[in-house]
Design a protein around this ligand. Structure first.
Ligand code: C5P
Length: 224
């Protein structure tokens, strides 16, 4: 099995901060990638910055949730950024994820299942009455059917997803022991998530808030 990638969520509008994150995460012990979410992607200089990045593993967290034509057109519109990964919500429907996959080319298309910020109660509020694990399993099957390249789920669902999805499994909802969950609900430690079979983790605040170098040292210590 290849070394898991740790995607640092560059959740900021500041290119200066992203430069700092990249600089301080250069090391030989961990394979880092950089995830850009809606905050950075929509910031004034975000797009230009990503365009200028060289030799980095990049992840555009667009979380597309739209009709097939719009999902496909959006992917075409951002192809010049040469991102390695792009996300789409599986709840956009089978037709939409198939249409997106059709135009993605060498970009790995990641299907997002149920957000890690949702729990049973919050899902019920939006009319989802199925158990979380069952919902995620259902969506993972759909992702396999559409031949997506990766799935995003919480670390708690990795084992169940693995039964039906053989490619990459990427998990946000990562927290060090005793760390605040914040708005995340279904969380796990980095070590445990990798032991459960995650091929990549997404870590935001645990790395980028406070002293980045020290946070990375803590991660290296936990994983090695
Ligand atoms: O700071 P934290 O580690 O909670 O950040 C998690 C990152 O992963 C955020 O950028 C968030 O948008 C993203 N994400 C998530 N849950 C998903 C998909 C993506 O938290 N299901």
């Amino acid at each position: 099995m290849s070394k898991p990638i740790i995607f640092i969520a560059c959740d900021t509008t500041s290119t200066k901060k992203v430069r700092k994150i990249i600089k301080e995460s250069q090391n030989s012990k961990i394979k880092f990638g950089y995830k850009f979410g809606l905050e950075f992607l929509n910031s004034k200089n975000g797009r230009k910055f990503i365009y200028s990045l060289k030799n980095k593993i990049t992840f555009g967290d667009y979380k597309l949730a739209d009709i097939p034509n719009t999902c496909a057109s959006t992917i075409k519109a951002v192809k010049d950024l040469k991102l390695n990964y792009i996300t789409i919500h599986i709840s956009s429907g089978l037709k939409a994820i198939q249409a997106a996959k059709k135009v993605a080319g060498s970009i790995k298309l990641i299907g997002v299942t149920i957000l890690t910020s949702l729990d049973k109660k919050s899902l019920k509020e939006i009319g989802f009455n199925k158990e979380i694990k069952k919902l995620v399993l259902h969506q993972a099957k759909l992702a396999a059917r559409a031949k997506l390249d990766a799935i995003v789920c919480s670390p708690h669902e990795i084992k169940i997803v693995r039964k039906v999805f053989k490619k990459e499994i990427i998990t946000p909802g990562i927290r060090f022991a005793n760390e605040k969950k914040g708005d995340q609900k279904r969380v796990m430690s980095p070590k445990q998530a990798i032991q459960n079979g995650a091929t990549a983790l997404v870590m935001g605040r645990s790395i980028i808030v406070g002293n980045i170098k020290n946070n990375i040292k803590k991660l290296i210590k936990e994983l090695n």
